[in-house]
Design a protein around this ligand. Structure first.
Ligand code: GLA
Length: 461
């Protein structure tokens, strides 16, 4: 991926067949609502992470692929510097504001706040003083609060829109970087996985994504296997709770305490990945260091202050974030153990794919199962429904299954022989979904096979 790679802008006759109907529908709806034709459509896909959960914000690489489900926005500019935002789904309320100087609501983040993040990110990065006004009709097919990155798809689609409307030229890598940073305006301190795959994805390929600096390599998945997504039917909005940021902070504190013990300038080390780099150690060494440093029970805030030799105020300022200031207990051993073992599993997964190893499917399945167990037991980001659906997948013949995305609800992903997908789906349907009428609603949006999809794109109208 070269730094000068840009999001493709396709002509009308290049709109792919599977997009044609949606393109026409959206253009018509846009005209009916705004009284003029849109000038272009932006598309940003959701993603499924195959392995590498909760480690991107620690500086470690991840292995996601884009899915077919996406956010598409139809857009035209207006001369009044207003933003008019409408969604084809009536459950998402329309929203209007001035395109400059709006406020992003972190307390109760409704859908339009993610759009505002993307717009603001691009405006700030490009030092846009007079951004044009925008009329936007948004249409989404990524299930929300399902761990398939519907929020990042919104942020990325809005960022792309803002870039194109203002005739800016920003590379895919820069867009990914800006969108990762600006999604944090909503208050969640995520890493860069979702935004990166959204821009860097290519059809037919999963990607190994590394950070600092951001780069991606193609992963050719074994032939004859498919990935099936199974929604646990438990919704989780990561911005609405402090679970996510609590984990970010626990990892940071684990990093800083180990750094202080090694007599490094611990205030400057905020990511477990940077600590490992500074130490030049293997994953095995890091896992041993975790055992040697931490007790397995939680640490009180006071204990952490003593270990770092700081006051509570200093700790708040140095290491905590807005919605974690109130926390009194931190689990350091288990969180750090998850991060180092999961980061190592990503590299093993990559190796199995690259070397087309014998029994690749079994090896990948085992790594996915281990990842799920680590998320459940050490990182505590699973939930009973996710454990149940992952187990149903294994019983139905998957080589492995794991939660994907932030967790605490949302989807699991299973690796299955392609020729067995229909039987597999039938079996998971009967064990997990048909037992509960609510789970069965819109089953095709909850239980489906997916293929590595393409990245973000702009269609001219
Ligand atoms: C969310 C974040 C990502 C990543 C995952 C967990 O999707 O946006 O950056 O941290 O959770 O792997």
């Amino acid at each position: 991926m070269a730094a000068f790679d840009f999001v493709p802008v396709l002509e009308r006759n290049e709109v792919p067949a599977d997009m044609e109907k949606r393109y026409i529908n959206l253009t018509k709806k846009f005209e009916a609502h705004f009284g003029c034709k849109p000038t272009y459509l932006c598309r940003a896909p959701g993603r499924v992470n195959l392995i590498g959960e909760h480690i991107d914000y620690c500086g470690y690489s991840v292995l996601p692929m884009a899915i077919q489900q996406d956010i598409v926005m139809a857009i035209c500019t207006n001369q009044s510097q207003q933003l008019h935002l409408v969604n084809t789904d009536p459950n998402f309320k329309s929203f209007s504001t001035s395109i400059t100087g709006f406020v992003i609501n972190k307390e109760k983040p409704e859908w339009h706040n993610y759009v505002l993040c993307g717009l603001k990110g691009i405006a700030e990065f490009s030092k846009l003083e007079n951004p044009v006004g925008l009329n936007i009709l948004a249409d989404g097919t990524v299930p929300r609060s399902a761990g398939l990155s519907s929020s990042s798809a919104l942020v990325c689609c809005a960022g792309l829109t803002m870039m194109h409307a203002n005739n800016l030229k920003i590379s895919k890598l820069e867009l990914a970087d800006i969108c990762a940073k600006c999604e944090q305006y909503i208050g969640t301190q995520g890493g860069g996985m979702d935004q990166s795959i959204c821009f860097l994805a290519e059809a037919g390929k999963a990607k190994h994504i590394e950070f600092n600096p951001l780069r991606s390599t193609d992963i050719v998945l074994p032939s004859g296997v498919s990935f099936v997504i199974c929604n646990s039917c438990k919704e989780m909005n990561k911005a609405a709770t402090s679970h996510f940021n609590r984990r970010v902070v626990e990892d940071r504190l684990a990093c800083q305490i180990m750094a202080k013990n090694k007599e490094f300038e611990w205030r400057k080390l905020r990511r477990l990945g940077s600590l490992q780099e500074t130490l030049g150690c293997s994953f095995e060494d890091m896992l041993q260091l975790v055992e040697d440093t931490f007790k397995t029970t939680p640490y009180s805030k006071q204990e952490i202050c003593q270990l770092l030799e700081v006051t509570e105020e200093e700790l708040n300022a140095e290491s905590l974030s807005d919605n974690t200031l109130q926390l009194q207990e931190f689990k350091l051993h288990d969180r750090a153990k998850h991060v180092f073992s999961e980061a190592s599993r990503v590299l093993q997964f990559k190796k199995v794919c690259n070397e087309a190893q014998k029994d690749a499917n079994i090896l990948l399945g085992n790594l996915m199962n281990e990842s799920h167990a680590s998320c459940r037991d050490l990182y505590e980001c699973s939930c009973p429904e996710l454990d149940e659906v992952a187990e149903a997948c294994r019983k139905a013949g998957a080589f492995g299954a794991r939660l994907t995305g932030a967790g605490w609800g949302g989807c699991a992903v299973a690796i299955v022989l392609t020729k067995e997908v229909p039987d597999f789906i039938k079996s998971v349907h009967s064990t997990f979904y048909s037992v509960n009428a609510k789970r069965e609603e819109n089953i095709n949006d909850k239980l489906f096979a997916t293929e590595p999809g393409k990245g973000a794109v702009i269609y001219k109208v």
